[in-house]
Design a protein around this ligand. Structure first.
Ligand SMILES: [Zn+2]
Ligand SMILES: [Zn+2]
Ligand SMILES: [Zn+2]
Length: 139
């Protein structure tokens, strides 16, 4: 899938920089979640020059705080980030074996609102486990 990243960044009022474009292009072609070190490796291959890890970290943090990419909370405590082309409200189911990511469209946030006394501004949800293909391979 070809994505118009300059347009995406502009629509979120983010500055279009070569680093951000290289990061987003690397992440979208990977189609899986990547650690900052893996992003750095991909970006350096793509840009054919050295990009420091602090720059990678800073850009990943900025892109994730703006909702361009999502942070994957992994039980091994390593940070991972994932670019999803789906811009609608949704969450992720992450396979810990093969690193595939599936979209969860109905997170039940409407039902949640009925269970609390107050107003939800932000909710965070992520499911981790084993995808069907990996389950079948282990059976
Ligand atoms: Zn899997
Ligand atoms: Zn998604
Ligand atoms: Zn939700």
């Amino acid at each position: 899938m070809i994505f118009d990243f300059p347009q995406l960044l502009k629509s979120l009022q983010l500055k279009v920089t070569p680093q951000r474009l290289a990061i987003l292009e690397s992440m979208s072609t990977a189609r899986t979640y990547l650690s900052p070190e893996e992003v750095q490796g991909q970006v350096q291959l793509r840009a054919a020059c050295k990009v420091g890890l602090p720059t990678i970290y800073r850009n990943l943090e900025e892109l994730s705080s703006q909702g361009v990419i999502s942070k994957i909370l992994h039980p091994n405590r390593q940070l991972y980030y994932y670019f999803c082309a789906n811009r609608d409200h949704h969450h992720h189911f992450v396979c810990l074996v093969c690193r595939t990511v599936q979209d969860i469209h109905d997170c039940g946030c409407a039902a949640l609102a009925g269970q609390i006394d107050g107003q939800v501004d932000v909710h965070i949800m992520q499911a981790l486990g084993t995808c069907r293909r990996c389950c079948n391979q282990n059976a």
